[in-house]
Design a protein around this ligand. Structure first.
Ligand code: HEM
Ligand code: SF4
Ligand code: SF4
Length: 542
């Protein structure tokens, strides 16, 4: 099944294939470990976790590190061999956590690309992610210099030749490495400074990277965190990080072991003219920076606020996954302290806010069906109309209406109303469908739990259905008539199986339950929330 890209017909074969690849891999990992342990669903959080491991171990190592030309190597040897049980292991943690950070970062980049989470208003996180790549690499490379072994000498000489091509240094840096006497302790102090300053810049940009994301996940699950720490400990014990013999500027290092995570380009830099390398780096960086606009996303219009139906309760502010709604002082004289405004530069038109608003009740009359916050391209009126017309075509027995996320597995199955996110469906819509007898059951078909396209859609939906979050599904709604299926675009077979099983279960339930309930509950029903006028219980579609 093709991955859909709403408003953007040019989704790209490459991205679709990559998305399918991720979806399959994630399904495999989910099947073995479960979503909580699945690293692929928590790559950004893992990146943060690894950063803190690298920072903490780096600070510890610094206690034992000497910055002199000879002392540097000697101090690293001493801490690795004589003090292996604490400082040596810390060194290995520092190295392997850094290597893992490169892998995690690259996978994270590829996954965000595959999931198409980098275009349109989501350009910001991608764009600010690009400098992170270079900060991570430069931090690692300066780290290798500090050990001042043969690998460090090789890295230093190659890097110096590369840097000297740029017309920014008065004196060529390579001069520092011509003879043993030319290298001074001052140069080492500069390296230590860089190895501390660049990770601090990395941290600053990492914080900027997530400012447009509500409640960004910066901590992996305990299970995954424990697994990573355990893995690092095992690798550190089995394969402790070592140095490669002291640097000797009197000799040219001929054979060195390369760290392929940080230094894969070094053998190439050695043979290709520096100008070409810089051109390649610049082109790659420019291309990455430009990617959110090639091709640009034809996005739907952002959410719109209707003050007459907004009491400033801030539920939409709390539920928006992209920090796109601000609570501001009231401007229309209504007796509420606040109202909300949507920031169009951040809104992806997922509709989650519409479902969060207490005014979004499908039970209202067609003329009254205006809510506090709505999507101009897919308003609540249209949602209800699609539900009613799709439901009218359902056939007995076991009429299932599927409210499906466009990024999940439901596709063009029968009885599907496709939404930008399942969390766009207010719980009252499920109540409406069942209590009005539009269907015998409602299936909520969202993205896989590990990869919600709108980050929080699956979480909010689960919490609303479990009555843990406003607006919640009323107790009166028969739970046996609701099914949730969380499945990615490649999980169509499981999706179909589960829908069929649900249909069979519904067919076995006593018939007409919702229609019988309808008359009794119509009297009891009363809408929560702000401004409400007129009868709310009129048949919406009549
Ligand atoms: C040090 C490396 C990085 C770390 C620690 C990191 C961390 C994160 C975190 C924590 C999130 C939020 C996840 C969530 O809760 O939904 C995120 C999102 C994102 N990151 Fe990164 N990131 C890194 C590098 C990159 C790079 C290199 C790119 C691409 C160039 C990138 C692109 C993105 C994008 C597009 C999003 C999603 C924004 C959205 O959902 O709208 N990141 N990152
Ligand atoms: S439509 Fe989605 S992104 Fe836009 S304001 Fe509402 S919840 Fe936020
Ligand atoms: S009433 Fe609706 S639009 Fe207004 S703040 Fe509450 S959720 Fe947002």
């Amino acid at each position: 099944m093709a991955v859909k890209g709403r408003g953007n017909p040019v989704t790209g074969i490459f991205r679709r294939s990559l998305r399918r690849g991720f979806d399959r891999a994630e399904r495999g990992v989910d099947a073995i470990f479960g979503p909580e342990w699945n690293p692929l669903g928590q790559l950004g959080a893992l990146g943060w976790f690894l950063f803190w491991i690298v920072a903490a171990t780096g600070i510890y190592l610094f206690i034992f590190f000497d910055t002199g030309v000879v002392d540097a190597y000697a101090s690293v040897e001493w801490l690795s061999n004589d003090q292996w049980f604490h400082a040596g292991i810390t060194r290995s943690f520092h190295r392997y956590a850094s290597d893992l950070m490169v892998v995690v970062m690259m996978l994270h980049l590829a996954r965000e690309f595959a999931y198409d989470r980098y275009r349109g208003v989501r350009w910001f996180s991608w764009f600010t992610g690009v400098p992170l790549i270079w900060f991570v690499y430069i931090s690692g490379i300066t780290g290798y210099w500090l050990v001042w072994d043969m690998l460090a000498q090789y890295v230093a000489i190659v890097s110096a030749e590369l840097l000297d091509w740029l017309p920014i240094f008065g004196e060529p840096i390579a001069r520092n490495f011509l003879t043993p006497e030319s290298l001074t302790g001052r140069f080492f102090t500069l390296l230590v400074f860089l190895h501390i300053a660049i990770p601090l810049m990395l941290l600053t940009v990492m914080s900027i990277h997530i400012v447009r994301i509500t409640g960004a996940r910066v901590k992996p699950s305990r299970a995954l965190g424990g697994m990573v720490l355990g893995g690092l400990l095992v690798v550190s014990l089995v394969l402790p990080a070592t140095s490669q013999g002291p640097a000797d500027l009197g000799k040219v290092p001929t054979e060195v072991g390369i760290d392929w995570f940080f230094l894969p380009l070094y053998p190439l830099i050695d043979i290709v003219p520096a100008g070409f390398i810089w051109a390649g780096v610049a082109l790659f960086t420019l291309l990455l920076c430009a990617m959110p606009w090639i091709p640009p996303l034809r996005a739907p219009r952002p959410a719109e606020v209707f003050l007459d139906h907004c009491n400033g309760c801030a539920r939409c502010v709390e539920d928006c996954p992209y920090a796109a709604i601000d609570l501001v002082p009231r401007t229309d004289g209504a007796p509420f302290p606040h109202q909300v405004v949507v920031n169009p530069d951040r809104c992806v038109a997922c509709g989650i806010c519409m479902a969060a608003c207490p005014s979004s009740s499908p039970f209202r009359r067609r003329a009254d069906l205006v809510t506090g916050i709505d999507l101009p391209d897919f308003p609540l009126t249209e949602l209800r109309a699609r539900v009613v017309t799709t439901a009218a075509a359902l056939e007995d027995p076991g009429r299932v209406l599927i409210l499906a996320c466009e990024h999940g597995a439901a596709g063009a199955a029968e009885g599907v109303v496709v939404l930008p996110c399942v969390a766009m469906a207010p719980p009252s819509l499920i109540d409406f469908i069942l209590s009005r007898g539009h269907a015998d059951g409602v299936c909520i078909a969202g993205c896989a739990e590990r990869g919600c396209q709108n980050r929080l859609g699956v979480t909010w939906t689960k919490q609303r259905l479990a009555a843990e979050r406003d607006p919640y599904l009323r107790a009166r709604v028969p739970r046996e008539r609701i099914e949730t299926i969380w499945a990615g675009p490649t999980e169509t077979a499981r999706f179909s199986r589960e829908v069929k099983a649900f249909r069979d279960r519904l067919a076995a339930l006593p018939p007409e339950t919702p229609r019988v309930r309808r008359a009794a509950e119509a009297v009891e029903f009363k809408l929560e929330g702000p401004v409400l006028e007129g009868p709310v219980l009129e048949e919406a579609e009549s």
